[in-house]
Design a protein around this ligand. Structure first.
Ligand SMILES: CC(C)(COP(=O)(O)OP(=O)(O)OC[C@H]1O[C@@H](n2cnc3c(N)ncnc32)[C@H](O)[C@@H]1OP(=O)(O)O)[C@@H](O)C(=O)NCCC(=O)NCCS
Length: 169
C-alpha cells in the first residue's frame, strides 16, 4: 500500500538522489531552485523558506509518498494560488527514478487530489507541465486534469492543466 505524509527535512536527501540528470532536473522544475546539480540542502532550504514565510502563512505543503516499509518513493508540493483557498496548485512532482512507469505517480496524485477535494475542500487543482514531458502529461491526463492553455516559456513551453471538483470522481 502507498500512503502520503508531510515532507520532513531528511527526505531531501532521498529526493536529491532521484534527480540524476539535468533534463530531469529541468522537467521537474529544478530551475526554480537554481543551477544543476541540486543538493538536499538546496531543496530543504527552499521548503523551509516557503513554509516559514510570514507574509503568506500556511501556504506551502510538501508531501512524500511512502510504501509499506516506510520507504519514500515519491514527492510533490501543494500551494494555494494567490492566497485563494479554493484554488490549489501541485508542483515539483517526482517519483523515485528506479520506480517510474509503475503507477506510483498516478497513485501519489490520486491521494493528493483526495486530500485537496475532500479535506482542504478546494474547488480546483492546477499544475503546469513542460510540453515535451509526455510521461508527466499522460500521468496528469489519466487523473482527469484537462489541458487549458500553452504558455510560452523557457526552456520549454508549459501546458497549464486543471481539474475541477465537478470532474473529480
Ligand atoms: C512524471 C512522473 C512523476 C510520473 O510518475 P510515474 O510513476 O512514472 O507515472 P505512472 O507510472 O503513474 O504513469 C502514469 C501514466 O503515465 C504513463 N507513463 C508513465 N511513464 C511513461 C513514459 N515513459 N512514456 C509514456 N507514458 C508514460 C503511464 O502509462 C500512465 O498512463 P495511464 O494511467 O494512462 O496508464 C515520473 O515519471 C517522474 O518522476 N518524472 C521525472 C520528474 C518529472 O518530470 N516530473 C514532472 C514535473 S511536471
Amino acid at each position: 500500500m502507498l500512503s502520503l505524509r508531510p515532507y520532513k527535512s531528511c527526505d531531501s536527501e532521498t529526493i536529491e538522489k532521484w534527480i540524476r540528470d539535468e533534463e530531469v532536473f529541468k522537467k521537474w522544475g529544478g530551475l526554480l531552485f537554481g543551477d544543476f546539480p541540486i543538493t538536499a540542502g538546496t531543496i530543504d532550504d527552499m521548503y523551509r523558506l516557503n513554509n516559514g514565510k510570514c507574509d503568506e502563512p500556511d501556504n506551502f505543503y510538501p508531501w512524500v509518498l511512502f510504501d509499506d516499509e516506510g520507504t519514500v518513493v515519491g514527492h510533490f508540493i501543494m500551494r494555494y494560488m494567490h492566497g485563494d483557498r479554493k484554488n490549489l496548485r501541485f508542483g515539483w512532482v517526482i517519483v523515485d527514478d528506479s520506480l517510474r512507469g509503475k503507477g506510483y505517480g498516478n497513485r501519489m496524485l490520486e491521494l493528493g487530489l483526495k486530500y485537496a477535494f475532500e479535506i482542504l475542500n478546494v474547488d480546483k487543482v492546477t499544475l503546469g507541465v513542460f510540453e515535451n514531458n509526455e510521461p508527466a502529461h499522460k500521468c496528469y491526463s489519466s487523473l482527469g486534469f484537462k489541458d487549458k492553455e500553452v504558455v510560452i516559456k523557457e526552456p520549454w513551453n508549459v501546458i497549464e492543466m486543471e481539474i475541477n471538483r465537478a470532474d473529480y470522481t
